[in-house]
Design a protein around this ligand. Structure first.
Ligand code: ZN
Length: 391
């Protein structure tokens, strides 16, 4: 059988760097071995950069790819949301073209699995023919209890459409229903989502802005501006006197894995409380960081060293083209390293590979250079923030 042999400046196997080594794969990308360079024999392909398993993007909104550069950077989250929700009526052909281009961009830059949020089934056609693993998060929105059942049924239909479109694929995919955010989901809607997601992987945008905490603390704050667009004059959410995470996490008690996305305004006590509460209630928390989106919208960074110090399970995401300059995990790695130079590089690379694969429960194939797996092979250049698929 013919093998491919790769030797790069450095080799990262999903857990650690293994210096002076050659990666050997079968022609179809199945990992055969990592061997010392002296023992690798002839016909080695030499590459400049870090050779690593395929990248895992745990948070994206592929369906928003047509919103590239529509909202300028640094508007702040509330202004950003008000802008995005009022931008409708794009030509469906343009939406489809942008979705297809964004999928191609991710595939070519070495992303092998995506946790992808959608309010529609617009991405179905592209995903049906994609070689990426898709964890689809169909995002439920319902500000009030009055609309909860109707909205939930609507999003169940979107879920069914996506599932049907993707059932012929040979690459794995899943589709689950998820809450959008604490500032858009009423108590009854949370209960419906909890009932229908036992044991599943779900996600929620968490504490992306300080006003989210204020909303649950006092019922006031800047989110009231967003609600006004939907004709809602006062906060439809219970005033708990607590930060948002402490107000909404208790809705979940069905053994879910919950991706908490952003966490920009999460405090030390919030993290301690959330981790303890999750452990006591058999909930698995995964903290998903989208640093470039936070920089794009708020010009802020998430409390990464704090999350790391709490030994949180951390993964990386790009968020969407409405709030990022590109859909590149390489750029996210570069940005994390630039803003947090004390973090070990190995740790950040783990978040982008093995930790992401474990969080999405596809580590049987992805995230590490283990013999017999087909994790994809990516070449990363940290200085330029560029990556490309090798296999
Ligand atoms: Zn998002």
């Amino acid at each position: 059988m013919a093998f491919s042999k790769f030797k790069a400046s450095r080799l990262f196997d999903g857990t650690q760097f293994i210096d002076n080594s050659v990666l050997i794969t079968k022609q179809d990308g199945t990992i055969e071995a990592i061997v010392a360079t002296e023992e690798a024999g002839e016909e080695i392909e030499w590459l400049d950069g870090i050779l690593m398993p395929g990248l895992i993007n745990c948070h994206c909104h592929l369906e928003l790819s047509h919103l590239k550069e529509v909202t300028p950077p640094h508007t702040g989250l509330i202004e950003f949301l008000c802008s995005v929700v009022t931008k409708r009526g794009f030509d469906p052909a343009i939406v489809q073209t942008c979705i297809a281009a964004a999928e191609k961009e991710m595939w070519e830059n070495g992303i092998v699995a995506v946790g992808d949020i959608g309010n529609t089934a617009d991405t179905a056609a592209t995903k049906a023919n994609s070689k990426i693993y898709w964890q689809n998060f169909v995002e439920v929105l319902s500000f009030t209890d009055q609309t909860a059942s109707e909205q939930f049924t609507h999003y169940q239909k979107q879920q069914a459409l996506l599932q049907k479109a993707l059932e012929q694929r040979s690459t794995p995919s899943r589709t689950t229903l998820v809450p959008h955010a604490p500032y858009s989901i009423s108590p009854k809607t949370f209960e419906l989502i909890n009932q229908h997601t036992a044991g599943q992987i779900i996600s929620i945008h968490n504490q992306e802005h300080a006003a989210e905490n204020e909303l649950y603390q006092t019922g006031g704050g800047d989110y009231l501006r967003l609600f006004k667009i939907f004709g809602i004059d006062s906060s439809p959410f219970p005033i708990t006197g607590l930060n948002s995470i402490q107000s909404v996490l208790p809705y979940f008690n069905q053994g879910q894995t919950i991706f908490l996305v952003h966490n920009t305004c999460m405090t030390d006590p919030d993290i301690s409380w959330a981790n303890k509460w999750a452990a006591q209630h058999h909930i698995r928390l995964v903290y998903c960081l989208c640093i470039n989106a936070n920089l794009y919208i708020e010009n802020k960074v998430p409390p990464i060293e704090l999350l790391h110090a709490h030994q949180c399970e951390i993964v990386l995401g790009t968020d969407s083209y409405s709030s990022n300059w590109q859909l590149s995990i390489a750029k996210e790695i570069q940005s994390v390293c630039q803003h947090f130079p004390n973090l070990p590089l190995e740790k950040v690379l783990q978040w982008a590979t093995s930790a992401g694969a474990r969080a999405l429960q596809w580590d049987d194939q992805l995230g590490s250079f283990t013999k017999g797996k087909q994790p994809g092979v990516t070449l990363l250049n940290i200085e330029s923030g560029l990556s490309k698929r090798i296999v």
